[in-house]
Design a protein around this ligand. Structure first.
Ligand code: PAF
Length: 280
């Protein structure tokens, strides 16, 4: 496995691989890799000749009061994990390499990014689309893999790809969960055992909504009411939003069409901000 830190080296290698007819799969990450990330790398390895994993804690997607400084950085163990999951190349540039002094160009999707996460994190998706567009230009992958856990991120990136005529296929991988149902996330490490027990209600609320849809309930307000009720029983859990939205546009919908809608939840569990969603 090769580890590259410069844009030029990465572009040169990618060009060389492409000229040999190789299919390149990209898995963009911010490191602190857990089994969820590894499942994305394994999925990419099934389809690609060469899997490139990018590891970059992207400063532009963090708001001023968010956890950029305390975001875990563990390059050594991340490299071992990438290798074991089937990556051939890790691209781990510095912040100066990607955002040198005087950097001033951003990519902004202006519709799907606004609701849900966009309400409390108004600059977040601008940072995500900017870094992902840059990575697409540097690696020029045939496809890139993103986790369904960040459903709005997937929708925003798909829209950017379509609007800006990127030729990258966006592959969505299912959310990986611990056996108790908690969606894997780098933030879970900040939860104490008690907080973790309370956090399980996010998945329970989503499952309840899904089972209601399976039993014929399609009115979003009923699903939201039930989920909110369950979440409200946990004193450490404070809801940021519970919404039923179209999974492509993130627009709220009144009646669920199975397969086309998700329920998305964001909540604080004490001081840890968690998100989760389920396809209804
Ligand atoms: O999902 C993430 O980890 C990040 O938002 C991404 C896609 C790697 C961009 O920094």
């Amino acid at each position: 496995m090769q580890t590259l830190t410069s844009v030029f080296e990465m572009q040169t290698l990618a060009e060389d691989l492409r000229s040999k007819g190789q299919i390149i799969g990209l898995v963009p990450t911010m490191g602190a890799l857990h089994e969820g990330h590894l499942s994305l790398i394994r999925l990419a390895a099934e389809r690609a000749d060469t899997v490139v994993v990018s590891i970059f804690v992207n400063p532009t997607q963090f708001g001023p009061n968010e956890d950029f400084a305390r975001y875990p950085r563990e390059l050594g163990s991340d490299l071992d994990k990438c290798l074991s999951a089937g990556a051939a190349v890790v691209f781990a540039p510095s912040a100066d390499e990607l955002y040198p002094k005087g950097y001033s160009t951003y990519v902004q999707e202006e519709y799907i990014s606004k609701p849900l996460e966009g309400v409390s994190r108004p600059t977040h998706f601008r940072g995500v689309t900017t870094i992902v567009a840059k990575l697409f230009n540097i690696v020029r992958p045939d496809f890139a893999v993103f986790g369904q856990k960040d459903a709005q991120q997937v929708a925003v990136i798909k829209k950017m790809v379509n609007d800006l005529h990127f030729t990258v296929d966006i592959v969505t991988a299912p959310t990986l969960r611990d056996p108790d149902g908690l969606a894997l996330s780098s933030r879970n490490r900040h939860l104490t055992n008690t907080q973790r027990q309370e956090a399980l209600v996010l998945h329970r609320a989503l499952q309840k909504a899904k089972s209601m849809v399976e039993s014929g309930e399609c009115r979003s307000d009923r699903l939201i009411a039930e989920a909110t009720h369950l979440l409200g029983e946990h004193r450490r859990v404070r809801i940021i939003y519970t919404s039923v939205v179209d999974r492509c546009t993130m627009e709220p919908i009144r009646d669920v069409i199975p397969g086309k809608a998700i329920m998305a939840i964001a909540a604080w569990v004490d001081e840890v901000r968690l998100i989760d969603n389920i396809i209804l």
